[in-house]
Write a protein of this length. Sequence first.
Length: 327
Amino acid sequence: MLSKQFLEVIQLIKNSRLAAMRSVNTELISLYWSIGEYISKKVKCAEWGQSVVNELAKYIRCNEPELKGFSDKNLWRMKQFYEAYESSPQLIPLLKEVTWTNNLTVFSRAKSQHEREFYLKLCIREKYSTRELERQINSSIFERTVIGNSKLSAVLREIHPNVTDTFKGSYIFDFLNLQESFNEIDLQKGLIRQMKNFILELGKDFLFVAEEYKVQVGNYDFYIDLLFYHRALQCLIAIELKADRFKPEHMGQINLYLEALDRDVKNDNENPSIGILLCKDKDKEVVEYALSRCMSPTLIAEYQTRLPDKNILQKKLHEIFGDNKEF
């Protein structure tokens, strides 16, 4: 009994420290914004040039040596930071929830305000480290999400209206380093070995339960390739891996697994289980036909074992949206 109470006290301490860190970050971003705004306005009205900013950095270093992080390069970054968002005031609250390092990564690498907003919200939701954020940008998650050729059953959309924020139409498993010719066992074992990277690609609300999870139906045993639990959706996620293209008969398999999970495994307070068919390739029309009368909450997605060509994805975006600068 006492140990439970002690844990509650520890949680209070942790929550307080987290709140303090968030408060410090908010103040820091506000400070950098204000400095950036000040320098930007001085430069625009031709009062200041590069030499003056350099002099400012030297002045701070000489007169206030305990103040760190105000080199001439950082001061110019603050100016660029302010100018990147001065015309998008709706994004300012998001900036204050993201670390300075991640802010630098987003505004320097994203090409539009729409893309910046996407990565800011992703950072906040997934609590990315800088390394994790860099990996997601390198894997072109923005382009893949916007192009979004994911297919979800009508039942899945009905049960979880915001499900498109949770799942992707395609996944990148470049960290597996698989040979050109691989089978489903190779894929499964590789994902298990690289579970941390796999969770990063799926999303941090996914909790791994088991591989080859056994469900019994009648006199037969069936094994789900990978079983996860999703905290926000509060449901089990059954993932079936296919080393080739999507085939309609795959639907019967995943439907059986979901029925078995809902009848025999899920708790009463949990939502219906969701199935993900991860295929190496898929024909969009075949997928549409297969899902049109599907009564199970199912997603059909494809995966790649190499990083996509960002230029090709950007070209695809322009084909879809033309010269719309939002993308």
